[in-house]
Design a protein around this ligand. Structure first.
Ligand code: 1CP
Length: 333
């Protein structure tokens, strides 16, 4: 069993496995080299040789317990034939939605478009660098994908006005998303993903009263689906206030927490395995401050099944030496 599986399945507390959100990416010079000559981000995700190489880059440097596949949550809207483009210094920009076009897409066309992602996972799984480690597949939660599909760019702080105006459209898209997210999960697992993480990056934009409809129920359906395939599932409903309630409704195998939530409260109130929490900004500080914060999380979760991770992705300006120091601190604890 891998260290992460021991934490999740056996609820082991004596080891603290570690991987980092956005561990493959912009803070690594070897990634920037590849990115420089591959300006089209979608094409890069669909190049199985390069995407598998990028996935493995952090494992060559650091003693991490998992690889997370180099792809993006917006590959699902792309697979559904919505235009998706990543613009420099702006982020994603999506095309307008043609409900008829999206409703008519079949599984075969979707899989054909995303086929290189599955090949890339297979390559990563077969590489000796992932021996006795997990390969993490992932999807965006229906709510977060809906936000990008309707909003058409990052909501940053707020949704476009009239976001909820066309309830028919929203409900229709949510049904289509659930179906194809499941297809995407299934094929990641078939090709070697051993854990699935569901990113709900914009769960925090919703009012408490809307969470059951847009977050709890759609996510629960996915959690049940992943569990039916006998693979553990990690949920990251970023920015919600009530993680306890989320866990009671959705029952994931692991809950990933952001850095705004009090880890002491979580360790007392939540019994299931926990992941993450450390503010990624602390990696930009000096070693002493970093050490203090890392030990804080490790101490709080000493007797809890805990996977070390951040409360959001590694920032682009992070020095890889700091990541190295962080991983060593966790391994030496
Ligand atoms: O080089 C570049 O300019 C591209 C930057 C980049 C990278 C490296 C983007 C654009 N996506 C990714 C990869 C990625 N995205 C991974 C795999 C790599 C890894 O984790 O190491 C994963 C898991 C994601 C997930 C993702 N994409 C999320 C969920 C997590 C989160 O950050 O909240 C979201 C919201 C996206 C959308 C996205 N992709 C990229 C951008 C700039 C954005 C928009 C973010 C925003 O709206 O603010």
């Amino acid at each position: 069993m891998t260290p992460i599986q021991e934490t999740i399945i056996n609820k082991k507390t004596t080891n603290k496995p570690i991987w980092l959100m956005r561990q493959a990416g912009r803070y690594l010079p070897e990634f920037r080299e590849i990115r420089k000559v591959n300006p089209n981000f979608i094409n890069l995700c669909l190049n199985e040789n390069l995407s598998s190489e990028i996935t493995l880059q952090p494992l060559k440097r650091f003693e991490l317990d998992a690889a997370i596949i180099f792809s993006d949550i917006l590959m699902v809207p792309y697979g559904l034939n919505q235009e998706v483009e990543f613009k420099k210094n702006f982020g994603p920009e999506l095309g307008s939605i043609n409900l008829e076009k999206i409703s008519n897409i079949n599984e075969k066309d979707f899989l054909n478009k995303l086929y290189p992602i599955y090949k890339s996972i297979k390559k990563v799984k077969e590489n000796k660098l992932t021996k006795n480690k997990d390969v993490i597949g992932f999807v965006g939660a229906p709510w977060t994908l809906l936000v990008y599909m309707i909003n058409k760019h990052s909501p940053k702080k707020e949704l476009i006005r009239d976001f909820f105006k066309d309830k028919f459209l929203i409900n229709k898209i949510l049904i289509i998303l659930e179906k194809f997210i499941k297809v995407h999960i299934e094929h990641q697992i078939k090709n070697g993903a051993t854990v699935i993480q569901i990113f709900d990056s914009w769960a925090g934009l919703l009012d408490e009263k809307d969470l059951p409809n847009y977050v709890y129920t759609p996510t629960l359906n996915l959690v049940n689906y992943v569990e039916s395939l006998s693979v553990p599932v990690i949920c990251f409903p970023r920015g919600i206030k009530n993680y306890k309630k989320f866990c009671e409704f959705v029952k994931p195998d692991v809950i990933s927490i952001d850095y705004d939530i009090d880890p002491i409260f979580i360790s007392k109130e939540i019994q299931i395995p926990v992941q993450g929490g450390l503010n990624p900004k602390i990696l930009l500080a000096d070693k002493e401050s970093l050490k203090k914060e890392v030990l804080k999380y490790l101490d709080i979760f000493k007797d809890h099944p805990y996977i070390f991770n951040l409360g959001h992705g590694v920032m682009p300006e992070t020095n890889p030496m700091q990541v190295d120091y962080l991983v060593k601190l966790v391994k030496d604890y």
